[in-house]
Design a protein around this ligand. Sequence first.
Ligand SMILES: C[S@@+](CC[C@H](N)C(=O)[O-])C[C@H]1O[C@@H](n2cnc3c(N)ncnc32)[C@H](O)[C@@H]1O
Length: 322
Amino acid sequence: MLITSVKTDPIAMFAEDVRAGLTRPEQKELPSKYFYDEIGSAIFEAITLLPEYGLTRADERLLRKYSDAIAARTTSPVMVVELGSGNGKKAQWILKSLARRQPTTYCPIELSHSALLACEREIDHLEGVSVLGFETEYLDGLRRAASRRAQNQRLLVLFLGSSIGNFDPGPAEDFLRKICDILAPGDALLLSADLVKPIEQMVRAYNDPTGVTAAFNLNLLARINRQLEGNFDLLHFQHVALYNSRERRIEMHLRSKCSQTVTIRRAELVFRLEEDETIWTENSYKYTPEEVIQMAERAGFHCEAQWVDEEWPFAQSLLSLA
Ligand SMILES: C[S@@+](CC[C@H](N)C(=O)[O-])C[C@H]1O[C@@H](n2cnc3c(N)ncnc32)[C@H](O)[C@@H]1O
C-alpha cells in the first residue's frame, strides 16, 4: 500500500487548535480528532473489544450480513473510500464481497499514521484489492481519492463507527452535503449511526468499569504533554461521560479535581482551571433511524436501504445521490 501523507505541519495545527479550544471564554474544549495518536488509536482498538461498547460489533454484524447485497448493486470496478478507517477491520467484509465480482481499490483516509499502518497490515493480503491510503482530513482525502478514479469506476464511501455522531447536527448535515457534492451519479455512501437506547447502556459504553475509555480520554492531555510540551498532571483530572437528554448526545469531559495552572509551551499558553471545571473533549449524538434518513435526504441523498441491528440498536444506511 502507498500511504500518501498530505499533512502540512501537523504540530503547528495541533498547537493552534489546542490554544483556540483552551482559551474559549465559557467552556474549554479540545477537538476529538486529536484523540488518535499512536497510543490513542491503540486504546480505541481496546475500546472496541469492551463488552460495554456495542457499536463496533453491531456495525460488523450488519456488514457481515449485508455486504453481498451492497456489492451486488454494481458490476463496474469500485473504489471504496473509508473516512476515518481506523484499522480497516470492518471494511474487509465489503471489500471481500466486492473483490469477488470486480476489481476493487480501497482508499482509507486517516489522520492517525498508526491507524493507517494497522490498516495496511489488515487489508494488504486481500486478493483483488489494491490499497491507496491518504493521511489527511476526511474531505480532503475524499477529494484526492475521487480525483484518481478511472472513468468507469464507481465510488462507495464508508463512514462507519457512528463517527457522524461526533458532529453537531447542523455540521453533520453540512458534512453529508459536502460528501454529496464530491460524488457522482451511481456512487453511494454507507453511513453508520448509533441509535438512542436506554441511558445506562449508552453511558456505560463511554464509561466502562475497567477504565479503558477514561485512559483514552486522558491520553489527549498526555498527547499535549508529549507533543506540545504541556505540563498537565493527569492525576488531577477525572474522566466524565454523561448523557445530555435534551441534545440526545453523550458528552465526554475531563474534570479538573482542583484549581490549577497549566502551561503548554508550544501553544504559547498558560491557563487556569478551577476545581470542577471541565474540558469538553467529545460529543456522540444518538439518532433514530428516521432522523438519519431525513438528514441524509436534506443533504441531497436518497436512502436505498437501511438496516438496523437488533442486539445493539444501530443503523446502517445505504445512500445514493438523489
Ligand atoms: C471512532 S474511530 C472509528 C474507526 C473506524 N471507522 C471504526 O468504525 O471502528 C475514528 C477514526 O477516524 C479518524 N479521524 C477522526 N477525525 C478525522 C478527520 N477529521 N479526518 C480523518 N480521520 C479522522 C481517527 O484517527 C480514528 O481512527
